[in-house]
Ligand binder design. Structure first.
Ligand code: TXA
Ligand code: MG
Length: 537
């Protein structure tokens, strides 16, 4: 069968195309049309034989009922046996729009539409092309999403053609869908009303109209084995790309840790805008991290794009499940077959490095503000030489009893004058102090990680001390040398020479560049806060 593609750019000038589609529908044929959620595959909802063609074209299981699309709220009465006030209130608040209301059905609705249930799902779409087609056809239209059953729903006419070319007579192209995920489905047959499928109309918005509303547990979980699905669609494998998809819990940092600790886990990534430069894989974006509407809009398209990369295994970032995000998670979790992975707690230890003046302290303070446990290796180094400590006694034995002030505390200057300058003596100092410093850092880091915290280790010699081996991820803070010099002069009043000496005692920028997993730039022209937000929030 040849599939005609009608582009409806300007509705007023495309009455012929709309009329052609309507004529096909009246003749019992199937036509794909755009809605504001996803593209639908429509047939006359009152004609069982026509509706059967939808199931054939999609390869859809017979027990999964369809949504009936109407062009005005009054038409609820033509398919529902009773229309409660709550349905009228919902219609007034959200129609035309991405909400489907389930009501008891009238006998005129064939069993093929309701899949034998006593209820019918009804929606008044907002897309002007959808409305024009329903009106022109003069009958309510049953329409599931216009994809092959199980695959991601189509959000452009091209997606529809990819799945349906040759299977149906016509596709109306009304541009990209505004919402990108299917309508919110709510049943008014239960008390309280229950959301069977989350979408762009959120639980909070529905509660404002209806009072208490429940969200079906299948929103974010697979249907329990042996349990009856409230919404038959929720029991099927859904929205799945061909690539095997898993979702990584946590921030981008956690995602990167997972990648690093599971080499070969993925050959492509599904991430948020702005994250691509940090991810060492082919990446496809699906919206902005803190904008679930933009994620919804992109999600199915991104899943299809992912498959076009040829990836066999992919990892996705985890969206927030709030508001519209609940709908995004509902689709993404199903697309991933509910494979949601996390890091081992011990892997959430992140080492930060960078020369003096790069801004490490500021980075650490910002991370502590969002609940990270920051371990400052310098502070630990001071702790292990407190009066009475075994390390202090060992230092006295090696470098002289008089390296203490009268109050018993360590005189660092005197110690430095004896220990530095001679490699053997410096090595001795390191051998006495480092094991205890490392032991303390490690035990503290593991305890905080076990507590579920993200741990930040701020160590001047992250790599040469071997502390990096404790870290799931290492982050380098970078600022150009002249910027760092200027900061140190201003902040600590150091001379050029003192600054040079300090730089020489630190890990070289070359080493850091080679070893660190990612870099945050902190020259005056860089927005460090934005980078931190991208990586750690
Ligand atoms: O946004 C949308 O709703 C799109 C566009 C085309 O309007 N349509 C759509 O249809 O997503 P479909 O068939 O892909 O999904 C319909 C969902 C399925 O999960 C189905 O099980 C559920 O609605 N459903 C339909 N009738 C139902 C009923 N009487 N009781 C419970 N769930 C029902
Ligand atoms: Mg569908």
């Amino acid at each position: 069968m040849e599939t005609k593609l009608y582009k409806i750019d300007d509705l007023t000038k495309r009455t012929n195309e709309i009329e052609a589609a309507a004529a096909l529908l009246r003749a019992g044929q199937v036509v794909a049309f755009p809605t504001e959620t996803v593209y639908g595959l429509a047939a006359n909802a009152l004609d069982g034989a026509a509706v059967r063609k939808i199931f054939e074209a999609k390869g859809r299981p017979q027990d999964n009922p369809l949504i009936v699309h109407i062009a005005s709220p009054d038409e609820m009465e033509t398919v529902a046996s009773s229309v409660p006030d709550s349905a009228r209130a919902l219609a007034a608040a959200f129609w035309p729009g991405p909400l489907t209301i389930i009501l008891p059905k009238k006998d005129c609705v064939p069993d093929t539409v309701s899949a034998g249930l006593s209820t019918v799902a009804i929606r008044l779409p907002a897309h002007p092309v959808a409305q024009a087609v329903i009106r022109a056809a003069g009958v309510p239209l049953a329409a599931p999403s216009a994809n092959i059953s199980g695959f991601p729903s189509p959000t452009t006419a091209r997606d529809v053609m990819d799945d349906m070319a040759g299977r149906i007579p016509a596709v109306l192209d009304g541009g990209a869908c505004r919402y990108g995920i299917e309508s919110t489905v709510i049943t008014l047959v239960t008390d309280p009303p229950r959301i069977l499928r989350p979408g762009a109309v959120t639980p909070a918005q529905l509660e404002r109209v209806l009072g208490k509303v429940e969200v079906d547990e299948t929103a974010l979980q697979p249907l329990e084995a042996g349990k009856q699905a409230q919404s038959p669609g929720m029991k099927y494998k859904h929205y799945a790309p061909r690539a095997e998809l898993s979702i990584v819990r946590g921030s981008l940092a956690h995602f990167l840790i997972y990648l690093k600790t599971h080499p070969g886990a993925a050959d492509a990534a599904l991430c948020f805008e702005g994250e691509t430069p940090y991810i060492p894989l082919k990446s496809v974006t699906f919206g902005k991290k803190d904008d679930p509407l933009s994620q919804a809009q992109r999600l199915f398209d991104a899943l299809r794009e992912l498959d076009r990369t040829g990836a066999k295994k992919a990892l996705a970032r985890m969206p927030d499940a709030e508001g519209v995000g609940l709908g995004v998670c509902n689709r993404l979790f199903r697309a991933a077959g509910f494979r949601i992975v996390s890091n081992e707690k011990k892997d959430a230890i992140i080492g930060v490095c960078g020369g003096s003046g790069a801004g490490k302290s500021r980075l650490c303070a910002l991370l502590a503000d969002i609940g990270a446990e920051v371990i400052d290796a310098d502070a630990v180094a001071r702790e292990v030489t407190l009066p009475g400590s075994p390390v202090l006694s060992a230092l006295q034995a090696a470098f002289g009893a008089d390296i203490l002030f009268p109050d018993g505390s360590l005189d660092r200057k005197t110690l430095a004058s004896r220990a530095f300058g001679d490699p053997a003596r410096t090595a001795k100092l390191t051998a006495i102090t480092h094991p205890e410093i490392l032991r303390r850092i490690e035990s503290r880091a593991l305890a905080a990680a076990e507590n579920g915290q993200t741990v930040i280790i701020d160590a001047p010699l992250l790599f040469s001390s071997g502390l990096d081996r404790l870290c799931g991820l290492t982050v380098r803070l970078f600022a150009s040398e002249d910027v760092r010099r200027a900061r140190l002069k201003e902040r600590e009043g150091l001379t050029d020479e003192e600054i040079s000496r300090r730089f020489l005692s630190q890990e070289t920028e070359n080493l850091l560049a080679k070893k660190a997993d990612l870099v945050i730039c902190n020259d005056p022209s860089d927005d460090m806060q934005a980078q931190i937000k991208t990586i750690f929030f």
